[in-house]
Design a protein around this ligand. Structure first.
Ligand code: NDP
Length: 410
């Protein structure tokens, strides 16, 4: 984890912290703006981005008096300009404009775009050398080493937003990493924790989207149901924390109250707890290194009574094995896994692929493609492109070039 240089975390006692939100219209983005709306004097909104949701983006830009609003899909530029007419908010569109939004001078950027599409804008934010609150786990999964290299080069401060990683970040002794025995990522287990495989084969997108504890975007909700999310998180944790792959454990905890734990060599185990509400980890990054009050439910353990834990079942959730193998293989293996998963999840959501087929498509894509080393972004882009094409074929989708990474070279 990079040491923050003075610039990262800027914002003085008197000046509001200048913040930009990539993926402002999503679940993470909306939660971030909810917190900002409660402390509006402390923050100045610089740039907001979305992909297609013009109406919400324009409403947010007006409400928060943003300097810039960017819509990723250029087909919606006209609608955005019209919606912002007379507001004084600058409008722009396209993947390059997303990166420009990320590079608008600011003190803090929320990387809240979903999928590998967030890699380019997240890298652009990191190159500013400011605080980057990282929700977009896929960018670490598909290009972890390169992202961390940019963090070191720029002096940016990367703060994990994912509740598990944020929890670990809060209790990990970065000054004495050798005293850490292992980190334990908790997982709710999703909506199908206790369902047998035969029934799982029949589940619909609506059932899979109904997460028992968290209200999140569609892609991460499906990833939670397959437990691919936990696998992606273990790769994310490998990059964020100075531990080996064999020091990362996954523990099912259906109540999502203990957000994760760090076990030390002396037998001590430190955990961070809280109600399952993303506004707590987001607030931790938004105010860092300070803390701000949030409206999240106060944790009342006496009311909860008991907390449950169990080991995950890799037979019913093969994504856990696939992500572990991809992490061990290294190079472009996690990039391929991530791209194939994005295609398979989209196919499942549009009811063109069964639930259990998601892991099958990911595994077969990994089996078909050669893993290469990742020394530059071009290798990531190539692996991502190739994996998407193969996964589409395996999922029975017509060939199409979609979801290309919007990489910005340094
Ligand atoms: P959502 O689907 O709710 O929101 C995604 C955001 O990204 C929207 O603003 C969307 O715009 C924008 N977007 C979608 N596709 C593109 C693209 N190709 N290029 C640029 N922008 C795009 O996702 P979440 O908020 O749930 O998740 C965001 C990230 O945070 C994910 O990586 C997820 O894994 C991670 N995360 C989320 C948590 C949560 O509670 N939701 C918890 C922990 C991590 P539009 O609305 O116009 O489509």
């Amino acid at each position: 984890m990079a040491i923050a240089r003075k610039k990262a975390g800027a914002g003085t006692d008197t000046a509001p912290r200048r913040v930009s939100i990539l993926g402002a219209t999503g679940s993470v983005g909306r939660n971030t703006l909810d917190l900002i709306s409660r402390q509006s004097d402390a923050y100045k909104v610089v740039a907001l981005t979305a992909q297609r949701n013009v109406d919400l983006l324009a409403a947010q830009a007006r409400q928060f008096n943003a300097e810039l609003a960017v819509i990723g899909d250029e087909a919606h530029f006209g609608a955005l300009k019209d919606a912002l007419s007379g507001s004084g908010v600058e409008a722009a569109a396209g993947t390059e404009a997303l990166c420009e939004a990320a590079q608008r001078p600011s003190d803090w950027v929320m990387a809240g775009i979903v999928g590998a599409a967030g890699l380019g804008p997240t890298l652009a934010a990191i190159r500013q050398g400011v605080i980057v609150a990282l929700a977009n786990k896929e960018c670490l999964v598909c290009a972890g080493e390169l992202v961390l290299e940019e963090v070191r080069r720029s002096g940016a401060k990367l703060l994990p937003v994912d509740s598990e990683h944020n929890a670990i970040y809060q209790v990990f002794d970065f000054d004495r990493p050798k005293t850490v025995d292992r980190i334990i990522l908790t997982a709710s287990g999703g909506p199908f924790l206790n369902m047998d495989v035969t029934a799982m084969a029949q589940v619909t997108p609506a059932q899979a989207l109904a997460h028992p504890n968290w209200d999140m975007g569609d892609k991460i909700s499906i990833d939670s149901a397959t437990m691919m999310n936990k696998g992606l998180e273990s790769i994310e944790a490998y990059h964020l924390f100075p531990v080996g792959a064999d020091q990362i454990e996954i523990l099912i905890h259906p109540q999502s109250v203990v957000h994760s734990l760090v076990a030390y060599v002396d037998g001590s185990v430190l955990a961070q707890l809280g109600a399952p509400d993303m506004r707590t980890p987001i607030a931790h990054t938004l105010a860092w290194p300070d803390r701000i009050a949030t409206p999240t439910e106060r944790l009342d353990l006496s009311r909860i009574g008991s907390l449950d834990f169990e080991a995950p079942d890799p037979m019913r959730f093969p994504s856990l094995r696939l992500t572990r193998e991809a992490l061990q293989a290294g190079g472009t293996a996690p990039t391929i896994l991530n791209a194939a998963n994005e295609i398979a999840v989209a196919a499942f959501l549009s009811e063109r692929l069964g639930f259990l087929e998601i892991a099958r498509v990911v595994e077969e894509t990994l089996n078909k493609l050669a893993v290469t080393s990742v020394t530059e972004l071009a290798a990531v882009t190539a692996a991502d492109d190739e994996a998407r094409a193969v996964a589409r074929e395996l999922a029975g989708l017509p060939p199409r070039h979609d979801g290309r990474l919007s990489l910005v070279q340094g």
